[in-house]
Design a protein. Structure first.
Length: 353
């Protein structure tokens, strides 16, 4: 299975038939190796023998990762254990990573295709914690790998020991003559913009510079609109809005989505800001009550790289289908997803398994 996954992730394209075949194989693999997920599937009346399409695979509720060890390698020691950000419930999802070389390959291929299609390396400035200080963060791990693989000499981190190093960043950028890439969360880059506004500073980064932000604004006491933030990036940092890309991922998922606008720009296409990914990650937008496909609704992800956990994940994110991709709308509000209400079905106390 590991060899097959590695070979599949190297392919530049996958037909629907190819994706379906490997997805069903992975589902059977997970069904037979994870007692929590198997119990969940049995409760829903689904086994590997009675489905023919990957869309029939029961999507594991994202929230279940907060309560159960959802891994196909229960007896194997993981290389890393990543946890999600805190929630109002006080619980965090845990994602066990057993084959980091597969995770690394996914990170490299996605970043190159959607954020760095025109060059092999770039100076990278990171506004996030170094992985050595935050080893439970999948985002810190991702930035570390990107920094090492694609960062030119003099790339640097500008968040250390709990403090943003804005002054050092400004000193560094004054000398820059070549494109740079700024990486951070939406919140960290919001703080950068606020610093520039408060100090009445505008800079003009070299042509071809770009920004990658990720995440939302949970935890901020003010309401921030993404379009306003991106306008500020452009005005205060001198970065063309076509070169601003948002990455969408989650602790529970190995693969990532990126805004496709920069990729489209270098392909001379309309720079529409929609989320796309590599061919081994598919998505659906469904009605949360019926699970029927809809133009607007709740997102389900099917990730072949998630072979060591759950291939299908029912998120608490909502989206709108647009062209060949989707646009994130927000989080589910005001009700429990049907799938999330079934978390108790993963409990083995009454299952007899």
């Amino acid at each position: 299975m590991i060899r097959k996954i590695k070979e599949t992730l190297e392919k530049e394209d996958l037909s629907e038939k190819e994706f379906n075949a490997i997805a069903l194989e992975i589902f059977e693999y997970q069904y037979n190796r994870n007692r929590f997920y198997k119990n969940f599937c049995i409760k829903k009346g689904i086994t590997p023998g009675n489905i023919r399409n990957f869309k029939q695979i029961p999507p594991c509720p994202q929230r279940a990762f907060k309560y159960f060890e959802l891994t196909a390698f229960e007896t194997k020691k993981p290389e890393y254990v990543f946890v999600s950000s805190g929630t109002t419930e006080g619980l965090r999802s845990k994602r066990y990573v057993f084959y980091p070389e597969i995770y690394d390959n996914v990170i490299y291929k996605s970043f190159k295709k959607f954020f760095l299609p025109d060059m092999d390396k770039i100076k990278i400035f990171v506004f996030f914690t170094d992985f050595q200080e935050f080893k439970q963060s999948s985002l810190a791990y991702m930035y570390k790998r990107i920094f090492e693989k694609f960062g030119k000499k003099e790339s640097a981190y500008f968040y250390k020991n709990g403090k943003y190093l804005f002054h050092e960043f400004l000193k560094k950028t004054k000398k820059e003559k070549e494109p740079v890439a700024i990486l951070g969360t939406s919140i960290s880059l919001y703080h950068l913009i606020q610093y520039l506004k408060e100090n009445k500073i505008r800079i003009k980064l070299p042509e071809g510079s770009r920004i990658l932000d990720t995440g939302g604004f949970k935890g901020l006491k003010v309401v921030v609109q993404q379009r306003d933030l991106y306008k500020s990036y452009s005005e205060l940092l001198g970065v063309d809005e076509k070169f601003i890309v948002n990455e969408y991922g989650m602790c529970e998922l190995i693969s990532h989505y990126y805004d496709a606008n920069l990729k489209f720009y270098f392909e001379n296409k309309n720079t529409e800001r929609i989320k796309l990914s590599l061919p081994f990650l598919k998505w659906r937008i469904v009605d949360p009550d019926t699970f029927e496909d809809k133009k607007e609704g709740v997102l389900i992800h099917y990730d072949l790289a998630n072979f060591d956990a759950c291939i299908a994940i029912l998120t608490e994110d909502t989206g709108i289908k647009r062209g060949e991709g989707f646009v994130l709308k927000g989080r589910v509000q005001g009700f429990d997803l049907r799938g999330c209400s079934l978390i108790s079905e993963l409990n083995l106390k009454n299952s007899g398994l």
